[in-house]
Each structure stands twice: as C-alpha cells, then as structure tokens.
Design a protein around this ligand. Structure first.
Ligand SMILES: *[C@@H]1O[C@H](CO)[C@@H](O)[C@H](O)[C@H]1NC(C)=O
Ligand SMILES: *[C@@H]1O[C@H](CO)[C@@H](O)[C@H](O)[C@H]1NC(C)=O
Ligand SMILES: *[C@@H]1O[C@H](CO)[C@@H](O)[C@H](O)[C@H]1NC(C)=O
Ligand SMILES: *[C@@H]1O[C@H](CO)[C@@H](O)[C@H](O)[C@H]1NC(C)=O
Ligand SMILES: *[C@@H]1O[C@H](CO)[C@@H](O)[C@H](O)[C@H]1NC(C)=O
Length: 246
C-alpha cells in the first residue's frame, strides 16, 4: 500500500526516469548532429546548387580525404585576412595526399576546382560556407559550376582545441563513383586529425568536436548518476521491505 509519502517518492522516481531518458537522447542526438561537419558542408553546397536547378554533387570520401590532406599540409599558412597562403606542389596530390589516404592511384581523377579558407575561431558549417568559403563571385561560380560531378570537404584545426581552423573543398568533373576510390573496399587509411566528408567517421583531435565529446561525457556521467540513484536504492530498499519506487 502506498501512502501520500509513497506517491511523492513515486513521482520523484518518474521524474528521474524522464530526466534520464531525455539526457541520453540529448547525448545521442548531439553526438550524431556534431559527428561530421564536413558532411554538413557538402549538404549545404548541394542545397545551394539544387536551389539553382543544378545537379547535386556526389559526396566522395576519397576526394574528401585528399581535401583533408591538403589542409593538413597548409595548416601553418593562415594569413591575417583569413586566406590560405599555400601552394602545395602539384605532384603532392598523387605522391603524398593520395597514398596517405589510401586512394587507389589508377582511379585518381581530375580535380576541377578547389576552395580553401581559414579562420581563427571554429565556425559552424553554414557560417563556414558563407563567411570562409563562398564569400566572393569567384568562389560562388566554382560552387555552381555545371561541369562538376563530385565534391569532397576536409576540415582541420591546427592546434589541439585551438585555431586556426582550415576548410578545403575539392571539386572533380570525373565520372561519378569510379574515381578517387579508397582501398580496402572504400575504407582507406585512417586519418589521425580533422575530418572529411563522405564517411560517418566523426572529427577527431585538433577539432572543436572534442568539446562536444566531453560535454557528452558529462551528460552521460550525470545520466549514470541518476540511473544509480534511481535503481540502486530501490533494490536495496526493497530488500528492507519498503517500496519507495514501485
Ligand atoms: C590577403 O593577404 C594577402 C597577403 O597576406 C594578400 O596577398 C591578399 O591580396 C589579401 N587578400 C585580400 C582579399 O585582401
Ligand atoms: C607556407 O608559408 C611559408 C611562408 O610563407 C612558405 O614558405 C611555404 O611554402 C608555405 N607552404 C606551402 C605548402 O605553400
Ligand atoms: C567550370 O569549370 C570548368 C573546369 O572544370 C571550366 O573550364 C569552366 O570555365 C567553368 N565554368 C564556369 C562558368 O566557371
Ligand atoms: C548560395 O550561396 C551564396 C553564397 O553564400 C548565397 O549568396 C546565395 O544566396 C545562396 N543561394 C541559395 C539559393 O541559397
Ligand atoms: C554513386 O554512389 C552513390 C552512393 O554511394 C549513389 O547514390 C549514386 O547513385 C551513385 N552514382 C552513380 C552514377 O553510380
């Protein structure tokens, strides 16, 4: 039998369960949402194209990884006006970037355009699109060029938890899905830092997402605390023949 006090405890327990569920849901949703901003940028680019009745671009992981390698090489070269003063030798694409990614060399296609930019603080994908990457007529005409077929985006921060941050978009006009093929059935070589589009691998060290990761950790710790305080006393107290949470 439950008295008034028992009802109160029951309500409290219900509240705890609701709080617990919403916390876990929030952690899952936020980790999913912040998983890979490079993919978000590809979506933004494709939205911008389809709004102008242009065909969508194929999100190529091989090209994305090469974009990440490009900014990895250029991450010391962010100028005071947020342009990237960096000209990697053309041979680096096939001799350094592709092998570092595990792109099968015979499938290396044509890179038909690139945009690269940097910023001292981290920007969300939509801000990065309009403030860093597509801020003039030249870059906008690159995004809306009809002859592109594939796109790849790479993002990296040059120091742990700190900027500057670099964004690189590479376009290709090669035949879809037969170029920039990653070895090991499309897995390629794991990248240590930053992130690239075309995969579900989230951003790693050197990117702001570590902050989100730790936020999630604290959310999960709090959730576990709630779980323990909800379940453990219940079973212990049940043992003592009281029913605080039944
Ligand atoms: C940015 O700075 C570089 C040199 O640091 C200069 O060559 C370039 O023209 C500048 N760009 C703009 C848009 O001001
Ligand atoms: C980065 O900037 C330095 C100094 O301006 C320059 O010597 C170097 O060649 C640049 N790196 C690349 C890959 O262009
Ligand atoms: C589109 O890109 C191609 C190279 O792939 C270039 O030759 C052409 O001039 C570009 N078109 C426009 C409108 O910029
Ligand atoms: C596409 O992006 C450019 C640059 O940010 C912006 O000016 C334009 O309004 C966008 N177009 C659409 C249809 O969203
Ligand atoms: C390329 O692959 C994507 C998904 O991997 C698929 O949606 C698309 O239809 C493919 N395109 C071609 C031309 O095969």
């Amino acid at each position: 039998m439950l008295g008034v006090g028992g009802m109160m405890v029951k309500k409290l327990c219900c509240f705890k369960w609701v709080a617990l569920c919403s916390l876990l849901l929030a952690a899952v949703v936020s980790s999913k949402h912040h998983g890979n901003p490079a993919n978000d940028l590809v979506d933004i680019i494709n939205k911008n194209r389809t709004a102008q009745k242009l065909p969508q671009l194929n999100n190529s992981p091989g090209l994305g990884c090469i974009a990440l390698q490009y900014v990895e090489e250029c991450k010391g070269n962010c100028t005071s006006n947020n342009t990237v003063n960096c000209q990697p030798p053309e041979d680096d694409f096939t001799e350094v970037f592709a092998p570092n990614c595990g792109v099968e060399l015979p499938t290396f296609g044509t890179i038909s355009g690139y945009i690269v930019g940097c910023q001292h603080k981290y920007l969300e994908p939509s801000e990065a699109f309009s403030h860093v990457l597509v801020h003039n007529q030249k870059s906008h005409s690159l995004v809306t060029n009809r002859t592109h077929t594939e796109v790849g985006v790479g993002i990296i921060g040059s120091h742990k938890h700190k900027g500057p941050y670099f964004w690189c978009v590479l376009f290709s006009n090669s035949q879809k899905n037969t170029t920039f093929v990653l070895e090991d059935l499309g897995v390629g070589i794991k990248q240590k830092k930053g992130c690239y589009s075309g995969t579900s691998i989230p951003c790693s060290r050197g990117h702001k997402n570590t902050g989100v990761f730790f936020n999630n950790i604290w959310t999960i710790v709090f959730a576990i605390y709630l779980l323990i305080t909800t379940i453990v006393p219940q079973s212990i107290l049940k043992h003592m023949n009281t029913l605080p949470c039944s």
